[in-house]
Design a protein around this ligand. Sequence first.
Ligand code: CP
Length: 347
Amino acid sequence: RYTIAAACAVTLARQRGFPMPSHLLSVDSLSRDAVDHLIRIAERMEPIAQRRKVTRVLEGAVLGNLFFEASTRTRISFNAAFCRLGGSVCDTTGFTFSSMAKGESLYDTSRVMGGYVDAIVMRHPEQGSVAEFAEATQVPVINGGDGPGEHPSQALLDVYTITKEFARLGKPLAGAHLLLTGDLKYGRTVHSLIKLLSLYDPLRITLVSPPGLEMPQHLVDLVASRGHRIETRPNLAESFDDVDVIYATRIQRERFTAEMSESFAELTSDFVVDRGFLDRRCSPTTIVMHPLPRDSRPGANDLSTDLNGDPRLAIFRQTDNGIPMRMAIFAHLLQVEDQVERDLRDV
Ligand code: CP
């Protein structure tokens, strides 16, 4: 069980200075082999995620779930993934109920938490803050979203979803055409996703965003430098009939300056993905993804709810995939993959 075997192995290896898989802060730390490995573990986790099989491999281990910014999916699915592996979870939500409200630093919080728990997931509104936090602790830290920076576990579950959807449709991923649309400037999920996609065989990626919310140029350059065809279109008012995947994102108003809030007060509907757009401009096998939440407030012009129930809408298959992928991340970082395999064989 985790406390006796894996934790001791991890601690000893760290003390002896062995290189260990330590944190998941950015997808920059992942090679294509690492992504494929995590996908293979996630596939193995499916029966446990669906409660058809049971493992207690993390019995005795405790996860610290620290969320200083709003979350439903990431916080709950990391929590559920740890519990499905037999562990327990302590969490804190928002600054108000943490001692950061009394001026405690990231460093002190991190040092303290490292003494209480075996792994930490953290979300924080400032880019780079989770990496700063991770520097002060001995336990693995997973970035659950740092402002407009990155969201690596979301990108991993997105790539996992894309591979499963392509397998379901009998399509090869090599040469696929992906359309990323919405707030590509502040949407951290697309920043992590486009970097992970750049590890794959050449793809075609089209970017469509409202003016002022474009994908950062350094990410466009990175993808192009790895041999992918990357293009920009001004809006969705043309044919996208060879697009395999639409990945829509919410406009991240919480990251806007006052000046930006004013200029984006009225969002045009030119960027809305709805049933009409899919029927008129896309192929019948195009799938639609979105990291969620989907902003359903009047005038938000996010991914339309008129697609609910449409098999092309993959968003809830995507959220379901979050559990096995997050279980895979824990199993890998806490080095219990082999024990899970044994449990899968035994049960
Ligand atoms: N996709 C995602 O990060 O959702 P939450 O903000 O609900 O965690």
